[in-house]
Design a protein around this ligand. Structure first.
Ligand SMILES: *Cc1c(COP(=O)(O)O)cnc(C)c1O
Length: 362
């Protein structure tokens, strides 16, 4: 089976695990080095490594002093980690519809719709850069609310004005779980320029058994071995991105003549965490997924299901999210896909699209 997502682990990554047998003092430096490397790469003042992307989102909300009853704005078309973090602090998730433009790879929070849902209770926006594209973040900063950039799926991407994903928000977070752009097996990082927010978040991590007054802390520290792996992987991000773009270009060429699908433009501001195509003429995502599975290929969906379905909210308020859910599939683009696998994936997809053209059922 060719999986939709997979970490790229090479010999030098595997070697990291030998550190367990090495001198302990060496191992303990890695967390700080991981933070420093991320700071340099993204361009922020303070960094805090944690054990997952979800922990990072949770700490970000605590750092912003979000309290029960506060409203936090997120898109419906995103993963449940955002919703979980909001519920950890007993805040109220305000779901907003996304943009939907396949050729420009736009699946992000709609600025217009955000404007209409801001109230006196709104305390933050969590903005996930979707599927590899670097969205220009400035329009979301104009509301005067803190913006948490979730750059997990677009790590390394640079927007059309030259800003790197994660460099502009009040806070930014990245997950380095093995299913993301780089893999520390598990892990996450928080970045900010705000000293107060940073120390507030850091304090939640400190293990302090000897204080006079108890206050709740979180065991979210990133283990050193994950940090060591994260450092090594961040060093390879450019080559990973290069490979993803190569695959995206190849897929675009192979699929360019089919009118029953819409393709994304391969632009410089997209690192192609996902290669998302829209199916037209009544081809259903579930049929493509099933056909792929029968041929040993895991095609995926963008987001499934979107959060408004989980929360039983009115689908009419999320027409773009619904349209995306009902028409988009993603093709594996992870850097471990070999050329012959990429060819095979295209052969299978073309077979399906051609059968469709001639009116046969697949
Ligand atoms: C996976 C993911 C997370 C959660 O990260 P974990 O490390 O799995 O907790 C958060 N945000 C986005 C956009 C993700 O894709």
């Amino acid at each position: 089976m060719i999986p939709l997502v997979a970490p790229r682990m090479e010999d030098d990554d595997i070697q990291i695990f030998r550190l367990y047998h090495g001198p302990q003092e060496k191992l303990t430096q890695y967390v700080q080095q991981f933070e420093e490397k991320f700071l340099t790469y993204i361009g922020k003042k303070y960094a805090l490594a944690v054990n997952s992307g979800t922990s990072a989102l949770h700490l970000a909300l605590l750092g912003l002093e979000i309290v029960p009853g506060d409203e936090v704005i997120i898109p419906s078309y995103t993963c449940t980690a955002l919703l979980n973090a909001i519920l950890y602090v007993q805040a109220i998730p305000i779901l907003v519809d996304c943009e939907f433009d396949v050729s420009n790879s736009l699946y992000t929070l709609s600025v217009e719709k955000v404007k209409h849902c801001i109230t006196s209770k709104s305390k933050a926006i969590i903005f996930p850069h979707m599927f590899g594209k670097a969205t220009v973040i400035e329009p979301y900063l104009q509301f005067g609310l803190p913006v948490i950039e979730d750059g997990t799926l677009s790590l390394g991407a640079v927007d059309v004005y030259g800003s790197r994903v994660g460099s502009k928000g009040t806070l930014s977070i990245f997950s380095v779980h093995e299913s993301k752009m780089i893999s520390a097996i598990s892990g996450g990082i928080l970045l900010t320029d705000d000293e107060k927010i940073f120390f507030r978040m850091k304090d939640y991590l400190e293990n302090s058994d000897h204080e006079k007054v108890y206050s709740v802390r979180y065991n979210y520290t990133l283990p050193s071995i994950n940090a060591a792996l994260g450092i090594n992987q961040l060093g390879k991000i450019d080559s990973f991105i290069h490979r993803r773009r190569y695959l995206a270009n190849y897929y675009s060429q192979r699929l360019s003549s089919y009118e029953c699908i819409e393709l994304p433009k391969v632009t410089e501001d997209n690192v192609f965490f996902r290669f998302m195509i829209r199916l037209k003429n009544g081809i259903r995502p579930e049929d493509v997924l099933k056909y792929g599975e029968s041929k040993g290929i895991q095609f995926g969906r963008g987001v499934y299901p979107p959060l408004h379905r989980y929360l039983n909210q009115d689908q009419d308020l999320f027409l773009n999210s619904e349209a995306a859910v009902q028409s988009v599939i993603s093709i594996p683009t992870h850097p471990s896909i070999a050329n012959n696998e990429a060819e095979y994936i295209m052969d299978v997809l073309e077979e399906l699209l051609q059968n469709r053209k001639s009116g046969e059922l697949v």
